[in-house]
Design a protein around this ligand. Structure first.
Ligand code: 13P
Ligand code: SF4
Length: 355
């Protein structure tokens, strides 16, 4: 195991400055091929024995993504993980992702046991939006509709009117803007600014950022594009404005995956966690995929497009969670009920869209 240290953005409401705070990620060492085969087989058995289903995000180790798919679970973006977890009949969900994803599953399905391979797998957006400061921010703007990104704690969701994920944020805010609502948005400043530009909505923004996407560099991206003038750029909306302005498509992880399959181009430059490229390459084997640059000239990258907290998910930790019951998610019931209201608003909005 290696311990990696990172700084993340922690906005200070009093000074208006963005301070840097420190976080850690304990990343397990890779297994040998034989260990993978043996552990996978034990995990398959444990999933059946415990009536459990594995729900994985596109950023976890491709070995876990494949196992989730093969065992009848799902690999998805954060919105579909939530929807799948709610629909799924198993009494136990194993959520391979980061903590807010496990908490969302529990918020929606309190009767299910929700296990995570590692409860310390967090997110810089969640860390950068502590509930006390967020409450103070909301108190400053009592006339605004509070819309928060899913990458937040259960307590922040409970304070919000709406929870959204990257795949639905634009639609929800357009809808609220059409109703004349003014918005308080948290925590991702890049996604918030992008939505503001696209919709013209009146928004005040919390100044958090994603450790991974914040690192994509617009100058290096334009340089790369001069070498590959026919390549299309796909970007996750947590990326900085200079990157989003160059993007031919901006969307959630699942939407980018679809874009690679359907857009008429042979080459793509992709600004998101590089593990999504594994799934993209499999679904579009003849397309040429390149990772967008994260390090500037002479500068080093922090995450280098691999979310350190997503990297904390491993087969061994899934096995340990299933065999010992460790890593169970608990959410205080009064917080859960309030958070459920704002998450279900998003799910009902999605259901009405697809109806
Ligand atoms: P998606 O909603 O696109 O899955 O994104 C979640 C996330 O954490 C991206 O960094
Ligand atoms: Fe959070 Fe960014 Fe990691 Fe997604 S990629 S979980 S937003 S730190």
């Amino acid at each position: 195991m290696t311990t990696q240290a990172f700084t993340y953005d922690l906005p200070n409401l009093e000074t208006g400055q963005i301070e840097l705070a420190q976080a850690w990620a304990n990343v397990p060492s890779p297994l040998s091929q034989q260990q993978v085969i043996d552990t996978e087989s034990r995990v398959r058995h444990l999933l059946t024995q415990h009536d459990a289903t594995l729900v994985a995000h596109y950023y976890v180790d491709p070995i876990i993504q494949d196992l989730a798919e093969e065992t009848g679970g799902c690999v998805a973006d954060s919105l579909e993980m939530a929807r799948f977890g709610q629909r799924c009949d198993s009494s136990t969900l194993v959520v391979a992702g980061v903590r807010f994803m496990g908490e969302t599953a529990k918020i929606l399905s309190p009767q299910k046991r929700v296990l995570m391979p590692d409860l310390m797998a967090t997110c810089s957006l969640d860390l950068g939006c502590p509930i006390e400061e967020f409450n103070a921010f909301c108190d400053r703007y009592p006339d605004r509709t509070v819309v928060v990104y899913a990458n937040t704690s259960a307590a922040v969701k409970a304070r919000a009117d709406w929870v959204v994920t990257s795949s639905i944020a634009l639609d929800v805010i357009s809808h609220l803007h059409e109703q004349g609502k003014k918005i308080l948005w948290a925590p991702d400043r890049h996604l918030g600014a992008y939505i503001q530009t696209q919709t013209g909505a009146d928004m005040v923004l919390w100044q958090g950022s994603c450790l991974v996407h914040d690192e994509f560099k617009s100058d290096e991206l334009s340089h790369l594009r001069t070498h590959y003038p026919h390549a299309l750029v796909l970007a996750h909306p947590e990326s900085p404005a200079g990157v989003l302005q160059q993007a031919d498509f901006v969307g959630s992880t699942a939407q980018m995956l679809k874009a690679v399959e359907t857009m008429d181009a042979d080459s793509f430059i992709v600004a998101t966690d590089q593990r999504l490229l594994h799934t993209m390459q499999r679904s579009a084997p003849h397309k040429n995929l390149m990772a967008a640059p994260t390090g500037g000239n002479g500068a080093s990258c922090k995450s280098c497009a691999f979310c350190p907290w997503m990297s904390m998910n491993s087969l061994q930790r899934i096995e340990a969670a299933l065999s010992t019951g460790a890593g169970e998610i608990w959410v205080d019931e009064s917080i859960r009920r309030d958070a459920q209201r704002s998450v279900e608003r998003m799910l009902n909005f999605r259901a009405a869209q697809v109806a």
